[in-house]
Design a protein around this ligand. Structure first.
Ligand code: DP6
Length: 366
């Protein structure tokens, strides 16, 4: 178990000149879902995801020595150039939570400028990309103020650990390709406290896999993921679900290695439907699927049966469908989306995405 608590990470104010650090970090799509948590952001089951490429958050962290010491962390957050009170308070809460790990945060004044590559209200989870982008900036800042990490693995493990404390799924976004979060006996180095990369074992067919995101509805979700995780506590199916997810993560890892796109798709769709079945079986019950989600699912099944093409869907905790398929069928898949599915999407929109390479540090532009 890593213990990143470190009271020595404090600065000598006169030695720090103001600066800025910028990272772009992507969202990820879970193949086997994290749903249910305990303790301090620990998952009730292991999960595995593909990191995306296009759907990402671009964050610049500006820092300077704080003039007057005060309570808590001094931070202001701008979303798309506008001050954002909601995100500022959420970010402040997160930075204060990690003060035992990064006590220097209290000695600085921070301004965070962030923007997403996807439309603001696209209904796409931004917590994974947003939290991981911020944390990549923070871990880079640690290197600027103190010592460089021994290697990239150590840097990313800490980034993943800190991201997890902000939002569980974010811990998988610090790696490109595919990542596993949660301890698995078959996967050396795996942990409930941070994710690990499984990209080295990824079959070539998955390395440039497509994920086209159908924007079925842009409305705010009626129940947040946070509340949804909480409802797993009283869910009578929870113990069976946790055992199933563990077994499926194991199987998914061998599928990712073997390149079996059909078995991949069977697990993928069952995971999506199981996630939503768990919501419907919660107390109180709730449903995030929309009629148009079901319309699309039916057409996906029909099209797959008619063409034999391995295009499968998954869902996050919302109504939008992610369509995953190999590059070899991209032309047919895109024609299918345009001709049969866009009709069911709000504003006739979808986002074309792919498996990506993970976070990237950028030049500071302002
Ligand atoms: C359905 O990571 O958003 O997307 O830890 O409370 O921030 P918090 O939850 P979050 O939950 C994501 C749930 C999911 C499945 C997944 O990404 O594994």
């Amino acid at each position: 178990m890593p213990d990143y608590t470190n009271s020595n990470l404090t600065i000598i104010s006169s030695e720090v000149t103001p600066g800025a650090i910028r990272w772009r970090s992507p969202s990820n799509i879970a193949l086997v879902k994290y749903w249910g948590k305990h303790g301090n952001q620990l998952p009730s089951n292991p999960s595995v995801s593909f990191t995306l490429d296009g759907a990402a958050t671009d964050t610049t962290l500006h820092y300077a020595v704080r003039k007057e010491s005060g309570e808590g962390v001094d931070v202001q957050l701008f979303l798309d150039g506008e001050p954002n009170a909601g995100f500022t308070s959420r970010t402040k809460g997160f930075l204060e939570k990690i003060l035992p790990i990064y006590p220097f945060l209290k000695q600085l004044s921070l301004v965070i400028k962030t923007s997403n590559s996807f439309p603001h209200s696209a209904g796409i989870a931004s917590s994974a990309s947003g939290m991981s982008a911020l944390v990549m900036c923070l871990v880079s800042l640690e290197e600027v103020l103190f010592e460089p990490f021994a290697d990239r693995t150590a840097f990313l493990a800490k980034a993943s650990y800190l991201s997890r404390l902000g939002s569980g799924s974010a811990c998988r976004s610090v790696y490109g390709g595919a990542a596993v979060w949660g301890e698995l006996s078959a996967l050396e180095g795996s942990s409930d406290e941070y994710a690990v990369s499984v990209t080295d074992n990824l079959h070539s067919v998955f390395q440039d896999y497509h994920d086209d995101i159908l924007l079925i509805s842009r409305s705010e979700k009626s129940v947040s993921s946070r509340a949804g995780h909480g409802l797993m506590e009283g869910n009578p199916y929870a113990p069976a679900r946790y055992a199933q997810a563990r077994q499926r993560t194991d199987e998914m890892l061998s599928v990712l290695q073997s390149g079996n796109v059909e078995r991949f798709g069977e697990i993928l769709e069952s995971e999506a439907l199981t996630l939503h079945a768990l919501m419907m079986a919660s107390n109180p019950p709730y449903m995030l699927l929309r009629p148009n989600t079901l319309q699309c699912i039916e057409r996906i099944h029909e099209w797959r049966q008619a063409t034999g093409h391995p295009l499968y869907f998954t869902l996050d905790a919302g109504p939008n469908l992610h369509l995953l398929y190999p590059h070899s069928i991209a032309a047919a898949a895109k024609a299918f989306i345009r001709e049969q599915l866009l009709y069911f999407c709000e504003d006739k929109m979808y986002l074309a995405d792919r498996v990506g390479k993970g976070p990237e540090q950028l030049e500071v532009s302002e």
